[in-house]
Design a protein around this ligand. Structure first.
Ligand code: AMP
Ligand code: MG
Length: 348
């Protein structure tokens, strides 16, 4: 159902709301990625979400709300930092993990006594939450193990026939999943990096730390620390082509990728290259896809998952990518890209 034009077609929102109220599933746009929504208080709906995605049932869902009071309704021992963070970043791409009360069933939280909650900044998502009266449990609307969907067509590719409806709100704004912070410990802890970065969080709450389970050393390991967010422990999306990130000074990165590509093509391999608008013209061979512009780092976040899906369709054997450790979103971008590469990096 097309809800990409303003004003939003309220008939489609009503139809989708009826589906949710009856325990069905609806995919909808948010500003981060598309979500696969069901009534968060209905354990049968949550079970259906896991089934449709093929998601392990111990990987909890994020509950989407439209009013701060809904956070108070489903949590207990809510710290003051929750209000401060909500005032600063909601609606927006920040998910808060808090202690849950009995309103949200364990089926939604993957058996945990905590619940992850977010107020999305997207008019379709907010209208759907308000019209249905549901708090909506929604993980990303992809098949488990594929890149998160940033367009309705990605959702269709993965979930067509498995869910009742897709609300098509066009391409999403941000393109990477929300920042997740844990508020149940003494210090606010980032469990997953996203658009809201460490500096932005520190300005609001003071001390913030990174979950040691998601900090990789130069050997590409966390030194044995396990990520606290269950979803960060699973093997993540790996493209069909074998992805390697080449990082270092720009000229050397480009010449290295050109040499590696020439060699691989000589060996009969099909090679894909992730370039920027500034560098694309300097690659001589291979399937070159432009991810965006380094000066506009959001463009890179925005296109990452779409590019990875395109390389799967192009059936390349090998992918070389430049590194995108940009100032604000670099941590979030590199977290996803390094996972897709299985942490494989060449420093030049
Ligand atoms: P997705 O919506 O597909 O981006 O997945 C939700 C992410 O939130 C996964 O990585 C989950 O592991 C994480 N998450 C959800 N609830 C919790 C929780 N209570 N504690 C820690 N992480 C959570
Ligand atoms: Mg996901």
């Amino acid at each position: 159902m097309d809800v990409s034009e303003e004003p939003i077609n309220i008939e489609f929102i009503r139809e989708a709301s009826e589906i949710l109220k009856k325990g069905g599933l609806v995919a909808f746009p948010t500003e981060t990625v598309y979500g696969l929504g069901g009534d968060a208080t209905d354990k049968e709906a949550s079970k259906k979400i896991y089934q449709a995605k093929g998601r392990p049932s111990d990987n909890p869902l994020i509950v989407h709300i439209a009013k701060f009071e809904q956070l108070e309704q489903i949590t207990k021992d809510l710290p003051e930092t929750a209000k401060k963070l909500a005032d600063a970043f909601w609606p927006g791409p920040l998910t808060m993990v808090c202690n849950k009360n009995e309103v949200i069933p364990y089926e939604t939280t993957g058996g945990l006594d905590t619940v992850a909650v977010r107020m999305p900044n997207n008019p379709v998502a907010l209208a759907l939450i308000e019209e249905s009266g549901c708090m909506i449990a929604a993980p990303s609307a992809n098949t488990s193990g594929r890149p998160s969907p940033t367009k309705a067509s990605h959702v269709y590719e993965d979930l067509s026939g498995k869910i009742e409806a897709i609300l098509d709100g066009g391409t999403v704004d941000i393109g990477l999943e929300s920042t997740i912070v844990d508020l149940t410990e003494d210090v606010v802890t980032i469990l997953r990096p996203g658009y809201i970065n460490m500096d932005m969080l520190r300005e609001v709450v003071g001390e913030v730390r990174m979950d040691p389970g998601i900090v990789y050393n130069d050997k590409g390991t966390t030194g044995g620390a396990k990520p606290k967010a269950p979803g960060m422990r699973y093997k993540h999306y790996a493209p069909k082509g074998d992805l390697t990130i080449v990082s270092g000074e720009e000229d050397r990165v480009i010449s290295t990728i050109n040499e590696l590509t020439a060699q691989a093509e000589k060996d009969g391999k099909k090679v894909g290259i992730i370039a920027t608008s500034a560098t694309a013209g300097r690659y001589g061979r291979g399937q070159i896809l432009i991810i965006g512009d380094r000066e506009e780092e959001q463009s890179i976040a925005h296109n990452l998952y779409d590019i990875l899906r395109q390389f799967d369709e192009l059936d390349v054997d090998i992918i070389y990518s430049e590194s995108f450790a940009t100032p604000k979103m670099g941590q979030a971008i590199m977290n996803r890209l390094l996972k897709a590469a299985g942490q494989k990096t060449i420093e030049v």
